[in-house]
Structure formats: structure tokens, C-alpha cells
Design a binder for this molecule. Structure first.
Ligand code: ADP
Length: 838
């Protein structure tokens, strides 16, 4: 803990010192002179293999010359030549002694600067870029070990890049020796930093978890190299000792091997992480780094380093390597920023990223155009101003569109407008329409949402049917026990949210947008790990919620996420509601057919039973009828009365069974109506004769009023049933001794072509609100004196049906306590109507 605090305290001053030291080195870089001669050794002598610069050719040096002395010092090793070039400042003229054939020649060579100004600038840019990235990452996450190593390592790399060269040549001031010492300390540390970093990033490897001290141990060889470098390089530059420089060169060869070994292990570890990594994000992060490394390092390794180590001419100039290296820090930036692994986006907000990237692209562009201009100028041997002006103008014209492109690129890649939103929604719509089941749809929805915005948890809450409580329809990353535990509270909470708000809610600081409500801390959603709650509206009311957990990328939620998730959630909720309605219709249909089947069964049963009952009953009533008619004298009045009662009960039973049979026929649509001209008076008398025993029992008097020749066009059985039922009711519901009137009126103007029948009683009457109801099946009055009478509630229903089947109408006029009149109309028979005229 304390160690870390010291490290944090030291980081800022040390990194700032390194930056300034690096810049001091950068400023000295133009003094370095270029090695104009490529040498080869043969039989202990040094020969000129190649002339690398036109100034050397101009001085009269030729390939094949043997080098004897440079700057008045005898040269005996190849490294002596390198040392002499590196340790003399550019612009100076040095004497050379060469042997050509048998003769010796004294030549003088003007030293040219090793580095072009644009190259030094490029170096500066690259170094500062590295430094800034390392500095910010460290400051942002000092508590993360990988971030600390990244910070130190990147600052060290930045310093080495900025220094350009260890710092030749020296005027001899002691202070000037400081820079090469620091350089030789930081340079060997770089591979150790790289390896330590990749052992901890993107995920800590098991080795370092097991051996906590391993990353620190990696630095041991680096420190040894640092000590050896200082011990050889310092005397070399202080005493201009060729011996020391030659030793330094030997150590450097070992150092190279160490460098390559460490970096290879680091890359191996990175590839290993890539293959083993489970999350897509960490794979993408590694991909970016691999791209950056391969793009930045491959030319250096394959086009420059490899040919040199094979003793060939490099395929690209050394400076070119740096051009490619420029791509490495942005790749790291991509990796770190895009996935916000170290969460530095708060400091490096969008505008800084735009600026860095645009600046970078413009510099690369200018450098390339500058180079092209120079080359063209050389080729055309004409003043280059026109080219320069042309390229500058082109740069000016291109800058704005380039800036815009960079901006959209950055927005899309860094800030997650990474999905083509319309496409994603369209694809989802297609998938929704082809979903076959509710479960399939929910699963597909979850998958699509997860691939668009991956989060650790996800839940879909639905209120189905709308207005019902919210229930978990599907979830990911949430254990069923977890959701069960807060189920009741969630219902209440979501119902409240749905009632009050239609806007998205997010946990504090979890969404990067305005107009969002805050999820109350400690809520059920909080307990479930939901950080964003999106309401899905259906016909303006909240029908569902999509709950999202923490983004796997570590990001906050952006408005682009909502732009995609809201329509997806609403489509899903609408489709699920459609599924529910379809299911409800199917269930209703199934229930209806089931009911119809039951009804049919019941009707068949009734019909069957009624038939079976009727046969013995007919035998009984036939026998009682015979008894009453045939042997009256022989029986006593009591016997006669008993027989009459049996007879009446039998007939009543017969009428009831008749009604049941009629009902079954009506229900089954099997009733057959055969209209015949029927004499109204005769039919009324027929009906009355059946009911007479009942009327006598109740002492009811019938008052019939019907024109004698009036004929109705009706089905005989049906007409009888109508009359019997209505008159029987009138008798049943009348007080004893009261009259029951039966009237039939010939057609008049008001009733053209129709006979109006009225059955009048002075009974209990029917309340107004019940007057329509009594014509329905099984409807009986439940209060009043009529409620006491026994019955099935079928008579009036059958009557209405039979009348309607014959194009007639029935209605009732009634006043409770005063009595009722049932009016019905049936067509008059044509023959009767024609009679008065004919
Ligand atoms: P049921 O007479 O077998 O009960 P109905 O369908 O014939 O069945 O009559 C339905 C109900 O209408 C009766 O229960 C009775 O309450 C009422 N009702 C029918 N006719 C009259 C009437 N003439 N006076 C009073 N109430 C009547």
C-alpha cells in the first residue's frame, strides 16, 4: 500500500523529468553525423564496402579502399569506424588516410547530419504521443497493476524515442553524461516492462498470480544490462576510448538477444491470452494490439533488421521504420480507449481523441507529401516551391473532410455507434415475424440484444395482459433464485415506475446522456444488478421493461444504445402481445367448440330421455282418460277426483316433456314448420279442452273472443304449443276465480295480413325490467307470487321461437299486481282474407 503510494508520488516528477530529458536529447539530434561508409573486414584490415552518401563520393573515397586512419586515429576494428562517425558532430570536416593499390591517400570528409529535420519532428511526435498515453493511463488507474506498468513502460519508451540517439557528441561537461546514463538505464527496462505488462493484461496470467514477484524479477537482467552499458559506454564517450566502445558493442549483441527473447515471450503471452480469452471484448482488445504491433514492427523486423543480420542491404531506410512505428501507439490507444479497459475516457474525451487522430493523420500526410514533393523536385530538377504550394493547398482543402471523417470514425469506433442501427432493427423485425413461439421469440430477442449491447445481466419484464403485474418473461445472467427472492417487490416497484414514468431509468453515472431518470439506489433492480431500465410502450402504456446490467466493455450506456434498444424492446413486446392474443383466441375457440359439443350432447340426452319418458306417460294418460270417460257411474266422487288428479298431472308432465322435446329440436335446428290454414276458434277450443282440468282446479273462467271463420296460417303443432303455453301460464299465474281472456282480432289497418292474439289475465303481473328477459331460456321471476309456481322457464322461450319461425312477433304488457296481456301476431290465411271480397 505504502509502496504504491510512493510509486504514485514518484511517477509524475520522474515522467516529467524523462519528458524534458527526452526533448533535450531531441534538440541535440541534428548534431549527430551520418556514417557515410559501409565497411567490411578482411584479413584484419578494414575496407570500404559501400559508399552511402554523395559527400563521401565527392571526397574521393572509393569502394575497395582500405581505411587506415580517421580523424588522425588509426582504425583497426569495424566498430571503430562507427564510433568515429557517431562521436563527431555533423558539419565538421575530418581527415582520412586510405590505401588504394600501393599508394596512400589523404582525403577529407565533411560530416553530414544523420537525421533529416522531418524525421526528428516525427520522432518528437511519436515520443510525445507515447508519453501522453502512458501518463494518462497511470494517473487514471494507479490502483491497477497493469496500468502502472503500462504507464512506466510507455514513459520509458517515449524517453528512448525522444532521445533519438544516446546523446553523442559530448562537449565534455559532466551534466551531459547524465542523458546517456539515463538512456542506458531506461532502454534495457523496456522489454521487461513490455513482458510484465502482457503477463497482466488484458487478464492476469496464472503464472503471475502464482508467483507475485515474477514481474519484478523480470527486471533483474535489465538492471544488469543497464550497469554493463553504463560501465562501457561512459568511458567510451568520456575518454573517447575505442576499446570501451568495442566492449559496449559486444554487450549490445547480447542485449539484442535479450530484447528479442523478452518481446517474443510477451507476444506469445498475448497470443495465448487471445486464444484462451472467453470474452469477445478482450479478444478485440488483443486484436488491436496485435495489429498495431505487427503493423508497426513488421517492416522493422523483416525489411530492415532481417536483411542487416543476414549481411544484406536493408530494404527500407532506417527512418521508414519510425513511420510504421507511428501506428503502434494509436493501436494501443484503440485497444485501451475503444474498450475503455482502463477507463481513461473521462480524461481523454472525444475532442482530445479527435485532435490526436486528426493531428496524426495530417502529420503523416504532410510528411508523405513533403517527401513526394522532394522526390519530384529531384526528378524534375526544378524548384520545388510549386509542388510544396500545391501539396499545402491540397492539405488545406482536404483537412476539413478529413477531420469530419475522423470524427465519424472516432464516433463509430470509440463511442459505439458501431452497429448499423437501421440494419440491426430491420434484421430484428424480420426475425420477429418469423418467430414461431413465445419462448422462441424471447430467446431470439435476448440473443440479439446481447450481441448488440453485451451486458453481464439482462431481464425482460412483461405485463400481460396489459395492466397486469410485471413478471420476468426472460433473463440472462440472473439466477432464478435471485429473481424469485425479489419477485413481489419487483412487481410493486415496476408497477409504480410504469405508472409514473415512460422514460428510461439508469443507475447514477451509468448512462452518458441527458433526460434520463435515476434508478433509486437500493431498489429491486439494483439488487438484480440492473443498471438501465428501458420501458417498452404499447399503445402509450408501459407493457414491458428491458433491464440491462453492466456493459461487458465497461462503458456507460450511450444514446445510440437506446436508439437501438427501445425499438427492439417495443417490437418484441408488441409481438409477444400478438402471440398472447392469438393464444387467447385459440383457447376461446377451443372452449367454444367444447361447449358446443357439450351442448349438443346435452340436447341429444334430453331428446332421448324425453322420448323415453313420453311413451309410458302416454299410456298412463290414455288409461286415466279412459277411466274418467268410460266408467263414471261406477266410481265414487273421491275415486273420480283422484283419477282426475292423476290424469291432470300426467298431462302436465306431458306438456313439460313436450316443451323439452321442442327445446331440443329448436336448439338442434331440427324443428319443421308446415303452415296450414287453421280455424282459430277451433284451435283455441282444442287448447282449452286440454287445460280445462287445470282451470277447474283453479276455478278460472275462460272468456274467448274470436271471429268464427278466422283462419290463421300456421303449423298445427306449433300453434297448439303456443296457445297451450300462454294459456297455461295465464291460468297458473292468476289468482283462483279470476277470468282469463283469449282474443283473436282479424287483420286491420294497423295489422295488415296479421291476426293479433291476446291472452289476458289478472295475475301477479311482470315487472317492466323483466318483460324482455322472461322470453329467454330458463328465465323465471324470482320474486312475487308467480315465483311460487313450479316450472322450467322454457315455455315462453319456445313460444317466442315458434312465433318467430312463422314470421310473427310476441310482446307482453303488464303491470305488477294488475295482470298481464301477451300479444302475438301470426299471418292470416289467404283463403280467409279473400273470402269477404270473393
Ligand atoms: P315457467 O312458466 O315454466 O316458469 P315460462 O317461460 O312459461 O316458464 O315463463 C317464464 C316466467 O315468466 C315464469 O316463471 C313467470 O315468472 C313469468 N310469467 C309467465 N307468464 C306469466 C303471467 N301470465 N303472469 C305472470 N308471470 C308470468
Amino acid at each position: 500500500m505504502a509502496k504504491r503510494r510512493i510509486q504514485n508520488l514518484l511517477f509524475v516528477p520522474i515522467s516529467l523529468l524523462l519528458l524534458s530529458g527526452g526533448i533535450a536529447g531531441l534538440i541535440r539530434a541534428p548534431l549527430c553525423s551520418k556514417n557515410s561508409i559501409r565497411w567490411k573486414t578482411s584479413e584484419g584490415r578494414i575496407f570500404v564496402a559501400d559508399i552511402l552518401d554523395s559527400t563521401a563520393a565527392g571526397a574521393g573515397i572509393r569502394a575497395g579502399d582500405a581505411l587506415l586512419e580517421m580523424d588522425d586515429e588509426p582504425v583497426t576494428r569495424g566498430t571503430d569506424v562507427d564510433f568515429l562517425f557517431e562521436s563527431r558532430e555533423s558539419g565538421r570536416t575530418i581527415p582520412l588516410l586510405v590505401e588504394r593499390g600501393d599508394a596512400e591517400y589523404r582525403l577529407s570528409l565533411v560530416l553530414v547530419p544523420k537525421f533529416k529535420n522531418w524525421f526528428i519532428l516525427l520522432n518528437g511526435l511519436l515520443g510525445v504521443l507515447f508519453w501522453a498515453v502512458g501518463f494518462f493511463v497511470f494517473l487514471k488507474k494507479p490502483e491497477v497493476r497493469a496500468a502502472r506498468i503500462f504507464g512506466w513502460g510507455t514513459v520509458a519508451i517515449a524517453f528512448t524515442i525522444l532521445m533519438v540517439r544516446p546523446g553523442f557528441p559530448y562537449s565534455g561537461h559532466t551534466a551531459e553524461f547524465l542523458l546517456p546514463v539515463v538512456f542506458h538505464l531506461t532502454y534495457p527496462l523496456i522489454p521487461a516492462f513490455i513482458l510484465a505488462f502482457f503477463l497482466l493484461y488484458p487478464d492476469e496470467k496464472s503464472v503471475t498470480r502464482k508467483y507475485r514477484l515474477l514481474p519484478a524479477a523480470l527486471f533483474l537482467p535489465a538492471l544488469i544490462f543497464a550497469a554493463l552499458f553504463t560501465a562501457t559506454y561512459l568511458p567510451a564517450i568520456r575518454d573517447r576510448s575505442l576499446e570501451s566502445f568495442a566492449k559496449y558493442g559486444k554487450i549490445y549483441n547480447f542485449f539484442r538477444a535479450y530484447f528479442i527473447l523478452y518481446v517474443s515471450i510477451a507476444i506469445g503471452s498475448l497470443i495465448h491470452s487471445y486464444r484462451c480469452s472467453e470474452s469477445r471484448e478482450s479478444r478485440r482488445r488483443i486484436q488491436w494490439i496485435l495489429w498495431g504491433l505487427s503493423f508497426g514492427m513488421a517492416p522493422f523486423l523483416f525489411l530492415w533488421y532481417l536483411p542487416i543480420s543476414l549481411g544484406l542491404k536493408p530494404l527500407i531506410p532506417e527512418e521508414m521504420n519510425y513511420l510504421f512505428l507511428l501506428f503502434t501507439p494509436p493501436a494501443f490507444l484503440f485497444s485501451i480507449l475503444k474498450y475503455h479497459a482502463l477507463d481513461i475516457e473521462v480524461i481523454l474525451n472525444r475532442s482530445i481523441v479527435y485532435a490526436i487522430l486528426t493531428g496524426l493523420i495530417v502529420s503523416v500526410y504532410l510528411i508523405l507529401t513533403g517527401l513526394a514533393g522532394h522526390k519530384l523536385w529531384m526528378a524534375a530538377r526544378k524548384p520545388g516551391e510549386w509542388f510544396t504550394i500545391g501539396f499545402t493547398l491540397a492539405a488545406a482543402v482536404l483537412f476539413n473532410p478529413l477531420r469530419r471523417r475522423v470524427q465519424t470514425f472516432v464516433d463509430r469506433h470509440f463511442y459505439k455507434i458501431r452497429y448499423n442501427y437501421r440494419m440491426a432493427i430491420m434484421e430484428f423485425s424480420n426475425a420477429v415475424t418469423s418467430a414461431g413461439s413465445r419462448e422462441g421469440l424471447i430467446g431470439m430477442f435476448m440473443d440479439r440484444v446481447h450481441s448488440a449491447v453485451p451486458t453481464d445481466k439482462m431481464a425482460l419484464f412483461l405485463s400481460q395482459p396489459p395492466g397486469h403485474v410485471f413478471e420476468v418473461a426472460g433473463c440472462r445472467g440472473i439466477h432464478p433464485d435471485e429473481s424469485k427472492a425479489v419477485e413481489k417487490d419487483c412487481e410493486i416497484e415496476l408497477a409504480q415506475i410504469a405508472k409514473r414514468r415512460k422514460a428510461t431509468l439508469a443507475k447514477m453515472n451509468r448512462a452518458e446522456m441527458k433526460g434520463i431518470d435515476v434508478l433509486p439506489p437500493g431498489s429491486c433492480m439494483d439488487k438484480l444488478g440492473i443498471e438501465l431500465l428501458i420501458p417498452a410502450l404499447l399503445q402509450k402504456r408501459v407493457a414491458g421493461f428491458l433491464g440491462m446490467g453492466r456493459k461487458l466493455s465497461g462503458d456507460r450506456f450511450f444514446s445510440e444504445d437506446l436508439g437501438l434498444l427501445i425499438p427492439m424492446a417495443e417490437q418484441a413486446v408488441a409481438a409477444l402481445e400478438r402471440f398472447r392474443l392469438q393464444e387467447a383466441v385459440l383457447i376461446e375457440k377451443a372452449e367454444k367448440t367444447k361447449l358446443e359439443d357439450l351442448n349438443r350432447l346435452k340436447t341429444e340426452f334430453l331428446s332421448h330421455v324425453s322420448h323415453e319418458l313420453r311413451s309410458p306417460l302416454t299410456a298412463i294418460t290414455w288409461s286415466t282418460g279412459n277411466l274418467l270417460d268410460g266408467i263414471p257411474e261406477k266410481s265414487s266422487p273421491v275415486v273420480r277426483q283422484v283419477i282426475a288428479q292423476i290424469d291432470e298431472c300426467g298431462r302436465r308432465l306431458d306438456r313439460m316433456i313436450g316443451n323439452l322435446l321442442d327445446i331440443t329440436k329448436i336448439e338442434a335446428d331440427r324443428i319443421e314448420i308446415q303452415p296450414d290454414p287453421l280455424n282459430v276458434s277451433d284451435e283455441i277450443q282444442g287448447a282449452l279442452s286440454v287445460l280445462r282440468p287445470l282451470a277447474e282446479e283453479k276455478k278460472v273462467r275462460f272468456q274467448v273472443k274470436a271471429p268464427p271463420d278466422l283462419k290463421v296460417l300456421a303449423d298445427h303443432d306449433a300453434f297448439r304449443t303456443i296457445l297451450t303455453n300462454l294459456i297455461e301460464n295465464a291460468v297458473k299465474y292468476s289468482p283462483p276465480g279470476s277470468p282469463v281472456g283469449i282474443e283473436a282480432a282479424a287483420p286491420d289497418k294497423a295489422n295488415a295480413g296479421m291476426i293479433e292474439f291476446s291472452i289476458r289475465d289478472r295475475g301477479s303481473g311482470i315487472p317492466k325490467e323483466k318483460q324482455n328477459v322472461i322470453f329467454e331460456k330458463f328465465e323465471r321471476l324470482k320474486s312475487g307470487s308467480s315465483a311460487k309456481e313450479k316450472g322450467l322457464g322454457l315455455g315462453l322461450y319456445i313460444v317466442r321461437k315458434l312465433i318467430e319461425l312463422q314470421s310473427g312477433r310476441i310482446r307482453v304488457e303488464s303491470e305488477p299486481g294488475k295482470g298481464s296481456v301477451f300479444h302475438f301476431k301470426l299471418p292470416v290465411s289467404e283463403t280467409v282474407r279473400r273470402q269477404p271480397g270473393g
